[in-house]
Structure formats: structure tokens, C-alpha cells
Write a protein that binds this ligand. Structure first.
Ligand SMILES: *Cc1c(COP(=O)(O)O)cnc(C)c1O
Length: 391
């Protein structure tokens, strides 16, 4: 159980706004904010390098905290700028031959799909999209039928940017494992709102961001790479953090996932992200997930009772992202109207998830990201305002 009063008391933003944008950037809890500020003060006071020397244990602790969250070892974690860089370091580290098949899904994120298109153009690899089942999530049986010798990568988004769908990541992992096909998971929107155990899921690589449901600082991201996968990836960029210059004609890669990093880091952000992961795990990821699913489920029911509103979330058991449309009212206008009332929500356009939005004939959605610090009173207020909006 989540003590919501305590969660709110520990979230300074809860006094100022109704925040339904944890899928964009969440509200940092006070301990995270304090950790970032303290480190910035230390840097200003004694110098950035000297501050990092003093805080070495906290900085290194990020790898341990992330490893606890993912159920992996600290050496399987790389710390980078954001989820996109994390994902790119994995994807562009793979090599493809003409005819190699990249298997992805309907809800794929634009940045990832653009990268597939570039690599397809460059190498002759082909992109193939796994169809959805009747619930609107990845059809795992169809994926099984798509596996052959030419299937070189399964790369999917766990929770898409545009709705509450949770793809069956574990079932996909079973297929990937039995076929021996590398499996890259974009877990950007699931990180921080549910547990992510890479052993259970069976993914070989996963990318996440700090600022969304994990409630960390902006400008932070992590890449998980399974140890057995390390030597199958050629890091697309190397620097003196990723490798050492061992002789006039030689270099050696870091023995662990740090080979996907680069040297300069947002150190205050690293300490902030460590604090955010510890803070989330202090609540318990199962507890966070249970509260988020309940609150978001109730919100969907309230929304569905508003005339003209259609809830757009797919999947068997949707998560904390709640998406909808209202007849005759533009999502941009809903966002602006809510902002006037101190409520943060967002929109998602076809350009972020083109395959899914085109298949459903959608151009723009209203998108909210509900977290455990939100309340029924807040979602009531939202629904009341939405009801009053006329075409
Ligand atoms: C936000 C998002 C990303 C990108 O994360 P950044 O930290 O902005 O790079 C990737 N995938 C999904 C599904 C997202 O929602």
C-alpha cells in the first residue's frame, strides 16, 4: 500500500499543480531534488572534479541501484544522457547483412523506427512488423511464426509513448530466447511505474530514461546490456571512457557495459537518479504498480462516462498512461484549457507512433500519465473540466 499523503508531502510540485504528465516528465520527489541541489552546491563550492571525488560512492551507487531494479549486475549498466542515446548505443552496435530481418511492433516509437529505416537503407536489412492480437498488443503466436534464420533482432517498445498498452514483454522474451534472437526492449515508459526484471523478461538490452515515471532528473538515461551480449555489440562510438588507449596502434574496450558510455557526465543527475531509484524501490515497485493501475483504471472509467469521450488505450492490462479523444474538441485545446486550471496533461501525435496511429486512423490524442502521488479527487477535477468543454 502507498501512503498517498506522505507521497504528496514529499513531492513539492503537488502543492502547485495537478500533474498528469509523468509520461513526459514526472515531478521529482524532495529527496531527489535535494540530492541534485546539494551536488550542484558542492560543485560550485569546491569545483566539479573535486565534488565528484568526494561523492564517488554515491555516483558508483547508481550502478548498484539500477542493478537492483533490473535484477542484473552493476557491470551490465551504462549511464548515458537519455533513453534515445541508450537505445542507439545498443541498436547501432548490431551488424546487419542484406536480407536480415528486424522484427518490431505496431506501437514502435518514432525515434526507433527512423533508426531501423536508416539501417535498412544502409545495410539492406528489412523491417517487419509483428501484428497485434485482438486486445491490441503484440501477437506472440504471430511473432513465433515470423522467426527464421534471417530474424536477427526482436526490438519492441514495452509501453508505447501514446497510451496505456503494456506489450507482453515476457512472452516475447520466451520466443527470443528459444530462437536465440537478440531482444532489445524500449522500456522508457515502464521504468518507474512497474518492476522490470530482465531475467523474467528475458531481454538482452533495455533502454530507459530518468525523468519519466522514475521521477529522476532530466538529462539522464540508462542502458542495460546482458553480459553474454557485450561482445556481440560493437559500440558505435568510442572515447576514453569507453576504451583505453593501450599502445600506439591499440585500444581496449571497457570489460563491462561502460563501453557504451562517454566521459563527461551530468554528475548531479546521476546522484539524483540513484536517489530516485532508491526512493521508488523504498515504496516497492509492486506497490507503485498496483496503485497506478487502480488509479488509471478508475480514471478510464470516469472518462468513458463523459459524452463524446473515447478512451484509446489498448491491451489486456493497461498501465498509468491514459489516452483519449473527445468528439469535436482538439487535444491541443484540452491541454491549454487544463493548463489554465493548473493541470498538466499532454498530447501525442501520429508522428510519434505512426504505425499504430495510422492503423487506428488517429492524428492526435490527449495523453495523461497518472502516477501514485495523484488522487481520485484530481482525476475527478479533470473529468469535470473535460465534461464542460464543448465542441
Ligand atoms: C520518451 C520516450 C523515449 C525517448 O526517451 P528520451 O529520454 O527522451 O530519449 C523512447 N521511447 C519511448 C517509448 C518514449 O516514450
Amino acid at each position: 500500500m502507498i501512503d498517498v499523503a506522505r507521497a504528496r508531502a514529499e513531492t513539492p510540485g503537488c502543492e502547485k499543480v495537478i500533474h498528469f504528465n509523468s509520461c513526459g516528465a514526472s515531478l521529482m520527489p524532495a529527496p531527489v531534488l535535494q540530492a541534485v541541489k546539494d551536488h550542484l552546491d558542492l560543485e560550485a563550492g569546491i569545483g566539479g572534479y573535486e565534488a565528484a571525488d568526494k561523492q564517488r560512492a554515491e555516483i558508483d551507487g547508481l550502478y548498484d541501484s539500477a542493478a537492483r531494479y533490473f535484477n542484473c549486475s552493476p557491470g551490465e549498466i551504462a549511464v548515458v544522457e537519455n533513453a534515445t542515446v541508450a537505445w542507439d548505443m545498443a541498436f547501432y552496435g548490431l551488424s546487419f547483412q542484406p536480407g536480415d530481418r528486424i522484427l518490431t511492433a505496431m506501437s514502435e516509437y518514432a525515434a526507433n523506427y527512423i533508426a531501423y529505416l536508416q539501417i535498412a537503407k544502409r545495410t539492406g536489412a528489412v523491417i517487419e512488423v509483428i501484428p497485434n492480437d485482438n486486445a491490441g498488443q503484440i501477437d506472440v503466436a504471430a511473432l513465433e511464426r515470423m522467426i527464421d534464420r534471417k530474424a536477427k533482432l526482436i526490438s519492441i517498445t514495452h509501453v508505447p509513448t501514446n497510451g496505456g498498452l503494456v506489450n507482453p514483454a515476457e512472452k516475447v522474451g520466451k520466443v527470443a530466447r528459444s530462437a536465440g534472437v537478440p531482444y532489445l526492449l524500449d522500456a522508457c515508459q515502464s521504468f518507474g511505474q512497474m518492476p522490470l526484471d530482465v531475467e523474467k523478461i528475458g531481454c538482452d538490452m533495455a533502454s530507459v530514461t530518468g525523468r519519466k515515471f522514475m521521477r529522476g532528473p532530466r538529462g539522464t538515461g540508462l542502458l542495460y546490456v546482458r553480459r553474454s551480449m557485450l561482445d556481440k555489440l560493437e559500440p558505435p562510438f568510442l572515447d576514453l571512457r569507453a576504451a583505453s588507449w593501450t599502445g600506439p596502434d591499440s585500444y581496449e574496450l571497457q570489460p563491462d557495459a561502460k563501453r557504451f558510455e562517454n566521459w563527461e557526465k551530468y554528475i548531479a543527475g546521476m546522484i539524483g537518479l540513484k536517489t530516485a531509484i532508491d526512493y521508488a524501490m523504498g515504496w516497492g515497485m509492486e506497490n507503485i504498480e498496483a496503485r497506478v493501475v487502480e488509479l488509471a483504471g478508475n480514471f478510464r472509467r470516469k472518462l468513458a462516462s463523459v459524452p463524446g469521450v473515447v478512451v484509446r488505450d489498448l491491451g489486456e492490462r493497461p498501465c498509468g498512461i491514459v489516452s483519449f479523444t473527445k468528439d469535436g474538441v482538439r487535444p491541443e485545446d484540452i491541454k491549454a484549457r487544463m493548463a489554465e486550471e493548473g493541470i498538466n496533461c499532454s498530447t501525442s501525435s501520429r508522428f510519434s507512433t505512426r504505425l499504430d496511429m495510422t492503423a487506428r486512423d488517429l492524428h492526435m490524442l490527449s495523453r495523461t500519465g497518472i502516477h501514485y502521488f495523484n488522487t481520485e479527487a484530481e482525476t475527478d477535477r479533470f473529468v469535470e473540466l473535460l465534461e464542460a468543454m464543448r465542441a
